[in-house]
Write a protein that binds this ligand. Sequence first.
Ligand code: ADP
Ligand code: MG
Length: 684
Amino acid sequence: MKVTDLKGIGPKTAALFEKLGLFNAEDLLSYYPLHYDFYEEPRAIGAAVAGEKCAVQGVITRTVAVKATGKVTIFTTQIEDPTGKLRLTWFNAPYVQSLLRRGAVFIFRGNVVRRGAELLMEHPEILTLAKYEELSGSLRPIYGLTKGLSNGVVVRAVQQALDLLPRAEEYLPEGLLVDMGRLLREEDALEAIHFPKDEAELLSAQKRLAFDEFFFFVLAMRRLRQMEAAEENAFPMELGWKTEEAIAGLPYHLTNAQLRVWNEIEGDLVGAHPMARLVQGDVGSGKTVISFLAMLLCAENGFQSVLLAPTEVLARQHYEKLCAFCATNAAFAGVRPVLLVGSLRAKERREALSAIAAGEANAIVGTHAVLEETVVYKSLGLVITDEQHRFGVKQRAALAERGTGRPHTLVMSATPIPRTLGIIYFGDLSISVIDELPARRLPIKTAIVDETWREKTEHFIRKELDAGHQAYVICPMIEPAEELAAMDVGTAARRLRKAFPDISVGILHGRMSGSEKEKAMAAFAEGKTKILVSTTVVEVGVDVPNATVILVENAERFGLATLHQLRGRVGRGDAQSYCIFAQGSESKDVEERLSILKKSNDGFVIAEEDFRLRGTGDLLGIRQSGDPRFRAADLGRDRDMLRLAGKIAGRVLAEDPELSMAEHAGIKKRLEAYFAAEERIDSL
Ligand code: ADP
Ligand code: MG
C-alpha cells in the first residue's frame, strides 16, 4: 500500500515521507517513535527547574505585553501560585492575547530557561484544567520529522496504517511463546510501541520488538557460521620460521595473551575451514602487531592480505607502521605494503591498483576503498578489519565471489560489549580475547575537573611538555556553535597558543583534507607539534607513545565507550600518563557516569557499568543506534532480550538446524526476508 493511499496524504506529504525512508504504508509500522511525551502531574511553580520541561498551573497576573522586534513579535505574561511567580513568553502567537486574561487559570507546559536571575517558560503549550486531566498520565509518540512535516501528520498516518494493514502472523510457535512467559504477542507490541496505554505496556512492547530484532540477528549469524564452517579453506597456509623470527626481532616481548591469540589465529589459517575470528582486546593491548604477523604469514604463503581501518588517519598510521616493520625487522622482507585510501592522487591510485593486480603488493592497508569492486586482487587470502564493525552478509559473499575463494577474515576490536553478551552478539565469529596489557605499563591516572581547574590543568600540561612529552586536547566540535555551549577545536587551539606561546600546537579534525590530516598527524607523531587539538577522529587506534596527557573538553558530551577509547590514546609507553576529563555540566548523572571511568581502566568493566546505568534510565527514549537492524532494540537496555534470543535461537537450531519442521515455517520465512533485508543494509 502506498502512503498516498492513506487519507490526508497527498504527493507533497509523500515526498516528505520519502525523505525519511518511508515509501509504503507498511514502512510506517516499523517507523518507531523517537521518544514519548509524557503528561505528568503539574508542578508547583517554585519547583520549576531551568533546563527541564514541565507543566505548571497558575493564575495569570498581568495583561499580555506585546513587543515587536523585526520579524518576531514577542508576547509576555506572568503567572503565580502560592510557591512563586513565572514569566511566560511566546513568539508570533497573537492568539494568546485574547486567551490569557488576567485572573484566568491554565496549565502551561514547556521548557524552562534561565534569563539572568529569573526563570522563564518559553512558548509553552496552553491547556485547560479539563484538557490536562484528559491527557494526564498518557504517552504521546514523538516521531523523527523533517522540515515541513508535523508530528500530528505522522501520528495520523501511523494510526491509519495500523488500522488498515493486515498484521504479520505470529512467527513464534505457540509452545515457545508460552515458555517465554510474559512476552507480548507481536501484533500487540506493534500497536503498543506507537500508542502505548501506559509505561508498563510500552516496556513490554519494547521488549517484544527488541526480542524479534535480536532473534533474527542471532539466527542469521548462526546460520552464516554453519554455512561458512562447512566451506573449505581456500587459502591453506603453512607455518614457517618467518613469524617466529619476526616475534624474536620485536623490541619487546609479546604478552602471554598476545601469544595465545596468535596461536589461535595460526590454527585457523592452517585449518580446514576459512577463518572468521574476532580478536577482542582493550585499548593498548597490542592488537596491531598481531594483525601484522597474520599479514606476514599470509605473504610468506604467497597470498595477499588487506588491513581495513575506519578512518584515513588510522589507515595511514598502520601503513607507516607496517613499512617501519619491513625496514627494521628482517623477517618482514617479503612483505610489500601499499596504501589505498580515498584521497590518493589519480596517479598514486593507478600505481597502487596495478601493483595489487599484479600481486607485487601483498599487504594492502586502507579504508573501505580497498573493498570496492574496481580493486582487483591476484590472490586475496586474508581480510582484517581494525576497530570497525563486523562484515555484513553481503560483504562476505562479495569477498568470497570476487577472487579464488572465501578469504579468511579477522576482526580486531576493543568492543565495549561485555563478554557474556559478546558470545551471543558475535555468534558468527570465533572469539579470541587479549586480556592482558603489556607489562611495565603504569595505569593511567584519571581526573575529572570542572571549569575552575583550567589554570591548574594548563599548568599540569606545561609540566608534562617540559619533561619532553606530548598532549592531546579533544573537543566535541570543530567550530563554535551558538546553541551548544561546548568547546571547539578552533577556540581551544587559540587559547592554548596564547597560554603556551613557545609551544607548537597542531589541529586535526574531520573537515580537513586527507593530506592535511596526514600532515597534522605526522607532525604530532614525529614530535614536531607538542599539543594536538582534535575532534574524536583520533578516537580509535591512533598510537603516539610519547603522548602522556589527554584533556577531554566537555566530557559529558561523549559516551563512556568513546571516553575510554580516547583515554587509550595515552599510556602507550613506559611513562606515567594522565587523562583529564573536563566537564561543563553539573548534573549528578554526568558525574556518576564519568566517575565510572575514574574507578576503572578496564574496557569490559566500563561497558558493564555503562550498560547497567543506561539499562535503567532510558525507558521513554528509544536510542538510535544508527544501525537499521536495531530500530527498537538497545544492546544496553535490552540485554535480557539478547540473552533470551540467544537461548531460543540455540534451542530452535539444535532441534531443527535446517528449519524444516512445520512449526518453524514462520521463522524460516522471516529469516529469508531478514537475509534479503540484510543485503540491502550492507549495500547502503
Ligand atoms: P591496540 O590494541 O589498542 O590496537 P596497539 O596495537 O596500537 O594497541 O599497541 C599499543 C602500543 O603498545 C603500541 O605502541 C605497541 O607498539 C605497543 N605494544 C604492543 N605489544 C606490546 C608488548 N607486548 N610489549 C610492549 N609494548 C607493546
Ligand atoms: Mg588498534
